[in-house]
Design a protein around this ligand. Structure first.
Ligand code: BDR
Ligand code: CA
Length: 319
């Protein structure tokens, strides 16, 4: 089984990413980073998840509370005051790993031959670890992340939340030379959980299925209020699914730059797909690649039906 660390800011969809990963991958740890909410809140949420899912053998380490350069920003309008509003979950009692997330990432990567990272929040911890111990780069075969987008954003017209919270950290990661699979908004919006999927989770009949359904009801409610669309896109589990079943998501290599200066484009993932036509339809290479060599594989299409079968089937494996 592939050894992974999930670096996250739970977060409704982060919770689902953890549940999906823990049954199919060897999760060495969960590291938290400020994003959807304050670092204390997302860390408490990570502990709540390992407790209700009976995954307390997985260590949880608390990480960076502030982006590298920008002032912090959170997303209570989507994830609520706790960062994971919806189900009533008890205050966690499981102790945290004593290390800071950045130390946990470095120690764990250096202790194994290969550790894949799954960042589903802002990239502050990962960038900080790469700066502090550059040797980890050789031992990370792949970073499968949720962030960015091929065409549009959600925090701004051009920038996706995880990248927009800490664009400078994202720049460090995208220019690290580590192979990257990028599950951006163009892809993750295809994994939209509607009433049908919520009902399927409830029908599982287990406790975790009820908790997940309650999470999704809250999430779909705020998404409707803020964006006026139905359902909730399950962004973060896409980055996990890409590792579990490589046939689920179609990726295309591209150069991705993180915009650090633009007035309207700060935090945008600028994906160079000049050599392609038919994105979102049949993809055709139309000739010689221009520009810089690809540094990432960008997810274009997901088989949503099989993705939900995998995800809901996995939720059914929990108590
Ligand atoms: C991303 O932002 C967060 O709100 C979600 O958890 C996801 O990681 C989507 O833009
Ligand atoms: Ca997230």
């Amino acid at each position: 089984m592939r050894k992974v660390i999930i670096d996250c800011d739970p977060g409704h969809d982060d919770a689902l990413a953890i549940l999906l990963a823990a049954k199919h991958l060897d999760v060495l740890g969960i590291t938290t980073v400020a994003g959807n909410q304050h670092i204390d809140k997302v860390t408490a949420n990570a502990l709540k998840i390992v407790e209700f899912a009976e995954l307390t053998h997985i260590p949880v380490a608390k990480g960076c509370g502030l982006p590298l350069v920008k002032p912090p920003m959170f997303a209570p309008e989507i994830h609520g005051e706790t960062g994971m509003d919806g189900p009533e979950l008890p205050t966690p009692t499981t102790p945290l790993d004593p290390r800071h997330s950045v130390d946990f990432l470095i120690d764990t990567v250096m202790a194994h031959d290969e550790v894949t990272l799954i960042p589903t929040g802002p990239l502050t911890n990962v960038a900080s670890a790469l700066r502090r111990e550059p040797r980890i780069a050789e031992r990370i075969p792949l970073i499968s992340l949720m962030g960015g987008g091929l065409t549009s954003g959600n925090s701004t017209a051009t920038a996706e939340f995880n990248i927009y919270v800490d664009p400078e950290a994202a720049h460090v990661v995208f220019s690290s030379g580590i192979p990257i699979k990028m599950c951006g908004l163009n892809l993750t919006r295809q994994a939209n959980a509607t009433e049908v999927e919520i009902a399927r989770c409830r029908a599982l009949g287990n406790r975790t299925g009820q908790i997940v359904a309650d999470l999704l009801v809250f999430f779909a409610g705020t998404v409707k209020e803020v964006f006026g669309v139905s359902g909730g896109s399950l962004h973060d589990p896409c980055a996990v699914a890409a590792l579990i079943d490589p046939t689920l998501i179609e990726f295309e290599p591209m150069h991705v730059a993180v915009e650090l200066k633009g007035e309207h484009t700060y935090g945008m993932t600028v994906c160079d797909h000049r050599h392609l036509r038919g994105i979102g339809d049949e993809i055709k290479s139309i000739g010689k690649r221009k520009g810089e060599a690809p540094n990432a594989e960008v997810g274009l299409r997901i088989d949503a039906e099989r993705f939900f079968d995998l995800l809901i089937g996995t939720i059914g494996m929990y108590p």
